[in-house]
Ligand binder design. Structure first.
Ligand code: K7E
Ligand code: CUA
Length: 685
């Protein structure tokens, strides 16, 4: 593929390597020639088989240690249920945030306070410990990323998670008890008043059984408007509400902005309402759903819906206020417009004026114009109604035009120069086009089968330009083989020059990322540590936080042992905990550290307890000591020269056995570990 890359190296190359400065205009020159590079660089290029284009791409993306990336990507971790944090342009992986799936390094879901987040995220009493993560969305203020929160949806189980970007931890997972799957989410309104989650596969609302031959009458879609309480940093389910939708398979959604603020747009496919039946000789959903030339774009006036909800024009299902689709249709809240064959992406332009839809089985990007739509709705100028009585607007009168893009346009993102970048799945290409003048500018082949595409600040009212990333579903030929399950491939694309070009390939070996967002690094203000005793889930100092010198074991309640414990380089106090079989043990552990990056881990053999104690963090762990025996507990982060010594024992004596003399006291005199001063054992200040 080096030749292919070399062909793309057309622009003037300014190469700066150490003291060697060279300017060369040399398309398709042989390797290493005429770069003016030093002999050592030339021979290095030859030895490694690198072209000029390779070297330039390397220089554009190399970020030396100690220098920071310009942007941060929050990428869906797909089936891993996690979120990946990466730097741009280096594409280095910075962190994997545990979201829907227990994550051991962060001690997420292994006995500490985070366990309640995961355990509380089950559906209908079923514990679910994975997710199909699709769309991470950053919180916005006035339509611009503000770097405070990240929302992600779980398509498989209809859930939405809130990640706090102060500490990059998942603080909340809300479950949608009305629908069985979601997809159009988690999109935010321009001031993050709402996080929008729309259903995917229609089902009876409230998750009841209804025979599938009643699909048309009883199966439904839904748009949930989760109310976000920014002060608390949590979604407030009690203030959230929903709109019932027809059983057209709703797909992607986006919120209006600027002039179209207060509106939302949702794609759909399978307006044929095909329900499969392959064993019964009926066509599969894939062909049944591809009969009509048009599906329906759903246009929602959510500000008007909010008013109707406040006026009580709702029914309650599973504790949620739901606006019926009839009420929505009659009050101008829900309107449909035809959209070409099996659409997928639905993206509002940065100026809020247009909505761009890509059709999977179409060759166009269709540009709907909000002003035209609004005028038709205001004038009640309908082309007819669907079978549910929902008004339909004229397709022709709602669009500004269509642009021939290629086979299978999916998603569209934007730069700062009025350019749209659309992923073209079947063509395996990125199409750059002028969305104001509806003109295709350039197509760049990618490897292979691009799904989503992301751009720097690409979903905001002011995109940055410079980079887009092609999120490719396949990676044939791109990387060393790792067995039949291939990684996905993120291709970083430079959009600064006249021609787009691929700068790097990055394998994603953890799941299938669907969407991602890219934010300027200076918008993020992550914490370096917590005030001592912080409960990161409840906020503030935990009532059970322990200060130095006040460590103790409280056995005042029968059958319960409360341990008030501290961790600091390189010991736990207490370090011996004696309990009786059957006791419920509550550990309250506070990290007393206030030095950057000085994290301790904590585990107890056999009890599936695993914590990450970042500086200042407090954790509460409860377990039942049901197995008599001797269980080492220790620190799992190599925190200091005496890290291996940061250990102790939980001793569970058989039921009815008398407690040995002084064991279990907080100041066991036989302790082998002297309380080393932190700086005596630590490499860090
Ligand atoms: Cu994979 Cu946004 Cu869920 Cu398109 S979606 S690729
Ligand atoms: Cu603390 Cu290792």
């Amino acid at each position: 593929m080096n030749t292919r890359l070399a062909v793309r190296a057309l622009a003037g190359i300014a190469l700066v390597i150490g003291t060697v400065v060279a300017a060369a205009c040399a398309p398709q020159k042989p390797k290493g020639a005429d770069l003016g590079a030093s002999q050592s660089i030339k021979s290095l290029m030859e030895k490694r088989g690198l072209s000029e284009a390779d070297v330039e791409a390397a220089l554009k993306t190399y970020v030396p240690g100690g220098k920071y990336d310009d942007y941060m990507i929050f990428a869906s971790g797909g089936q891993s249920g996690q979120v990946l944090v990466m730097g741009v342009p280096s594409m280095r992986l910075l962190k994997v945030i545990g979201v829907f799936t227990p994550e051991p390094w962060q001690g997420y879901g292994y006995g500490g306070d985070s366990t309640a987040v995961i355990d509380g995220a089950g559906q209908s009493g079923h514990k679910i410990t994975w997710a199909d993560v699709h769309h991470p969305n950053l919180s916005e203020s006035k339509g611009d990323y503000d770097g405070q929160y990240l929302f992600v949806n779980d398509k498989a189980n209809a859930r939405v998670a809130v990640v706090d970007l102060a500490d990059f931890n998942t603080k909340q997972i809300v479950v949608n008890p009305l629908v069985s799957s979601d997809h159009g989410g988690a999109f935010v309104t321009p001031d993050t008043d709402y996080v929008i989650e729309t259903s995917q596969y229609p089902a009876p609302l409230g998750r009841e059984y209804v025979p599938i031959d009643q699909y048309k009458d009883k199966y439904r879609g839904l748009a949930m408007f989760w109310k976000f309480d920014r002060k608390k940093g949590r979604i407030d389910p009690a203030q959230s509400w929903a709109i019932e939708l027809p059983p057209y398979t709703q797909d992607l959604a986006d919120a209006g902005k600027l002039g179209s603020d207060g509106w939302a747009f949702i794609n759909s496919f399978n307006t044929e309402m095909a329900v499969g039946g392959t064993l019964e000789g009926k066509p599969p959903i894939e062909s049944g759903a591809s009969q009509n030339d048009m599906d329906y774009l759903h246009v929602i006036n959510w500000k008007a819906a909010e008013k109707l909800v406040a006026e009580g024009k709702t029914t309650t299902i599973k504790g949620f206020r739901v606006l019926s689709m009839q009420t929505a249709a009659e009050n101008g809240v829900l309107t449909l417009i035809g959209e070409p064959k099996s659409p997928h992406g639905c993206d509002v332009t940065p100026d809020g004026k247009d909505v761009i839809v890509g059709g999977k089985l179409d060759t166009h990007a269709t540009v709907y114009n909000f002003d035209k739509i609004k005028a038709l709705i205001d004038a009640k100028k309908y082309d007819g109604k669907d079978v549910y009585g929902i008004p339909i607007l004229s397709f022709k009168e709602s669009i500004r035009g269509q642009v021939e893009i290629g086979l299978g346009p999916l998603h569209t993102v934007f730069d700062d120069k009025g350019m749209a970048y659309t992923s073209v799945f079947l063509d395996s290409a990125v199409a750059k086009w002028d969305y104001k003048n509806l003109k295709l500018i350039e197509k760049l082949p990618v490897h292979y089968n691009i799904g989503h595409i992301m751009a720097a600040e690409g979903d905001t009212v002011s995109p940055d330009g410079h980079y887009v990333v092609a999120m490719n579903k396949m990676s044939i030929d791109r990387f060393t083989g790792v067995g039949p399950l291939y990684p996905q491939n993120f291709q970083l694309i430079d959009t600064d020059g006249d021609k787009m070009r691929i700068l790097s390939d990055t394998p994603i070996g953890i799941g299938e990322p669907h969407y991602s967002q890219m934010i300027k690094i200076d918008k993020l203000k992550p914490l370096k540590m917590y005030p001592v005793g912080t409960n990161i889930y409840q906020g503030g100092i935990d009532p059970n936080a322990t200060v130095a010198g006040k460590e103790r074991i409280d056995r005042s309640k029968p059958g319960v042992v409360d341990v008030y414990m501290t961790a600091i380089r390189s010991h736990f106090t207490p370090d011996r905990i004696e309990v009786e079989e059957g006791d419920v043990v509550n550990l309250h552990i506070t990290s007393l550290e206030q030095a950057e990056d000085q994290t301790h881990g904590f585990t107890i053999n056999m009890y599936n307890v695993d914590l990450s104690l970042e500086p200042g963090k407090h954790e509460n762990v409860t377990f039942k000591a049901d197995l008599p025996g001797v269980y080492p507990m220790y620190c799992t982060e190599f925190c200091s020269a005496l890290h291996l010594e940061m250990a102790g024992y939980v001793l569970v004596r058989p039921k009815g056995t008398p407690a040995p003399g002084a064991s279990g006291s907080a100041s066991g005199s036989a302790s082998a570990a002297p309380s080393a001063a932190p700086n005596a054992s630590a490499p860090k200040k």
